[in-house]
Design a protein around this ligand. Sequence first.
Ligand code: BTN
Length: 257
Amino acid sequence: MEHLQSNTFSSFFNGQKLISLKRVSSTNDYLKQELSKSTPFPEGTVIMAEEQFMGRGQVGSRWEGEPGKNLTFSLLLRPDFLPAHHQFQLNIAISTAVHRVLNTILGDAVKLKWPNDILVDDRKLGGILIENSVQGAYIRESVVGIGINVNQTDFQYAHRACSIKQLLHREYILTHLLYELCESIERSYRQLKTHDFLAHQQYYIAHLYGIGQNKTFRQQNKERNGSITGVDSYGRLIIRFGDDTETFAFKEIEMLY
Ligand code: BTN
């Protein structure tokens, strides 16, 4: 891992730390390793990398991209006000914050695919990987990993991917996007602290990919057709299959495109 720079960061939590790395296995792993060594990182610390050689996605998948072209960072939060059984509210708050920024840049085609993928026209623009550590009944620390495809235009190995540059036909400055995202996340996070879950939940549902449409889902290697009707306060996906409605926690079901 090579260090690029380390400086203070003016938007999130009034000037916390931004560490820019040239190359690292995964910004989530780097942040978790430092925390396990008791490095005194304040809440709002951001680890950003030009290149990750073992970037991680949801459910054990890899997160890959051309070095220097995309935004890959991890943000440290300490949402110790959030009961562990409401941890999905953090996913919702972060997803809506990211969506708001991308929606301003790219318009209404930006959708959130449950639980927290960012899609444009069925193609993946970004993803979020939140790793929480829980103490007792509450969350202690959250490592919020965000990857957005920004200036990469060749996705030979990732068929269903797209980038801001492909959509806007111009480059987008990575650090500008980082600041915009952190500002938006900070706003959402402050609202989350007031336990105002409903506003985020409504926004999330309003921008949910596939809502009300007939889609194919995979549940324990079985494919089923149904339509999403919403998400409950625990973040479970509510799907109607014929006349029945069922709810699913993360990893219990997967929506196929
Ligand atoms: C997904 O869609 O599966 C989640 C992708 C999350 C990728 C980001 S990039 C920065 C951070 N570090 C990682 O190793 N993963 C997340």
